[in-house]
Design a protein around this ligand. Structure first.
Ligand code: ATP
Ligand code: BTN
Length: 262
């Protein structure tokens, strides 16, 4: 029996339960890979795949995502949007906002956002990674669709990581029961994704910046060819990162870079 019972989850989701069709698996390669296959076969918007164990969990840029049953929540959600994929700029930021707001609503403290796809937890005078978001977009004649993969640590994962990791247990006295946690995140996602479909990222920008880990702080952007250092001004309406550098304002559009506190 998987750790998530879709019937219990449906009860928890109450009025929003009709928006989601949840399949809970003991194991799969990656919930996002599994959902991409189902999307190809015509799965509807709102399809969710959650798995206790991923044998090939993926992060951005082909990186590995570590998770353990009992100590993680790993799931993917399929969402369709009218129009083409160009309109989905900033979607990973809006999704991060939904997750962070759901965690705050459950009582978590110190949850922050890092551009473009990380959920962080304040620890001492730094941050550790609490969760990650992987967005994969496709479009066809009917519009654009996003496979939104979300991994959240309930406890920090075992294994070697380049950056510090955190678990939800460090953000609140007691981690909520798994169905309560999952339902809160899905509910907030439905609200934010509805807003996003109408207003795009501009509708979420102010709220995102409230939770931005490095607002107005010195940061470096490590690209393949150059390093840009400056003061982080936040994000623009299209979800790009704005940096005040000595030579003016730099706009970082691509997520294929690493952002670091300078
Ligand atoms: P960068 O800023 O260079 O992109 P990042 O840490 O934000 O670094 P991502 O590609 O966003 O990198 O996320 C993938 C990384 O997350 C992996 O390289 C791995 O180091 C780290 N990671 C993998 N599993 C976990 C986990 N469960 N918790 C925290 N971090 C993890
Ligand atoms: C990142 O930080 O680079 C993104 C990590 C995304 C991990 C989640 S776990 C559920 C879904 N399935 C995957 O293989 N990846 C995402």
């Amino acid at each position: 029996m998987p750790l998530i019972d879709p019937v219990l989850l449906k009860d928890r989701l109450a009025t929003q339960s009709g928006r989601f069709d949840v399949d809970a698996l003991d194991e799969c390669d990656s919930t996002s890979s599994e959902l991409l296959r189902r999307a190809d076969r015509g799965a509807p918007s709102g399809t969710v795949v959650v798995a206790d164990r991923q044998t090939a969990g993926r992060g951005r840029r082909g990186r590995q995502w570590l998770s353990q049953p009992e100590q993680s929540l790993t799931f993917s959600l399929l969402w369709r949007f009218p129009g083409n994929a160009m309109r989905l700029a900033g979607l990973s930021l809006a999704v991060g906002l939904a997750v962070a707001e759901a965690l705050e609503q459950l009582g978590a403290q110190g949850v922050r956002l890092k551009w473009p796809n990380d959920i962080l937890l304040a620890q001492g005078d730094g941050f550790a990674k609490l969760g990650g978001i992987l967005i994969e977009l496709t479009s066809d004649r009917r519009g654009a669709q996003a496979v939104i993969g979300i991994g959240i640590n309930l406890a920090p994962p075992a294994g070697d990581l380049l950056q510090p990791a955190a678990g939800l247990g460090q953000a609140m006295r007691q981690v909520p029961e798994r169905h309560v946690l999952f339902a809160a995140i899905l509910e907030r996602l439905a609200v934010i994704l509805d807003l996003f479909a109408v207003h795009g990222f501009p509708g979420a920008k102010t709220a995102w910046q409230r939770l931005h880990a490095w607002q107005d702080m010195p940061v470096s952007i490590l690209g393949e060819e150059r390093v840009i250092t400056g003061t982080c001004l936040g994000v623009d309406d299209d979800g790009s990162l704005l940096l005040q550098t000595e030579s003016g304002i730099e706009r970082i559009l691509s997520g294929d870079v690493s952002l670091r506190r300078a």
